[in-house]
Design a protein around this ligand. Sequence first.
Ligand code: ADP
Ligand code: MG
Length: 220
Amino acid sequence: MHYKRGEKMLFQGQIIELENRNIEVVKFLGKGKGGYSYLVKENNINLVYKKIHYEPCQYYTFGNKVLSEVEAYKKLANIGIKIPKLLEYSEKDSYILKEYVEGLTGAELLSENKLKEIHLIEIFNMAKTLYDNNTNIDFFPTNFVYKDDKAYYVDYECNELIEEWDFETWGIYFWLNSRGIKELLEKGESSKLCLPNSGKPIKDNYQEKAEELIKKYSKK
Ligand SMILES: Nc1ncnc2c1ncn2[C@@H]1O[C@H](COP(=O)(O)OP(=O)(O)O)[C@@H](O)[C@H]1O
Ligand SMILES: [Mg+2]
């Protein structure tokens, strides 16, 4: 995770000519394992333009990222996950254009101390649908945007289900560590969230709360 709020490649007001439309850059949204995502507009409609990057990641190997995002989108939409619509993509120019979901991410809610149990119940419910389809997603809180308190999974990534990386074993710990998330959003620093070089969460202090929530809401 090398998420830096201030990092920028495209500038505000820049016009990008895509295959099927022209878009204008409004602002940088975030960077994760997959790419640089920008809020853009076409006429007056907000959209998200994700420019895929090919920077290495210590705990994840990638194939063709554009096609794997497109395949993940199709699969997730098909099994009924709330996900922004894919509008256009190009393998050659390494981008994806999708609908924008207006709202705060799980990470933003956490760092503003606005995350409620109803927000977590949304994730437990989404997890159930995924597990029924032997599928896992990246349950990190930056990947979910809440609109009218409903969670949308905005990152197009999924994998075969492996318990080690599911919500109850992996993801939930990031959702309990609001100090770590705050530091990540403010400084791009993940040392309070993850164990060194592993992509695995720090669990100390959160085990009890995680167990309580899992007992109440998990449908695994
Ligand atoms: N459709 C969308 N609507 C709203 N915000 C989005 C959308 N797509 C991405 N974002 C924002 O951009 C960030 C990075 O996008 P994401 O697809 O998760 O990239 P990565 O694969 O690099 O993690 C997200 O954490 C979220 O804050
Ligand atoms: Mg992401």
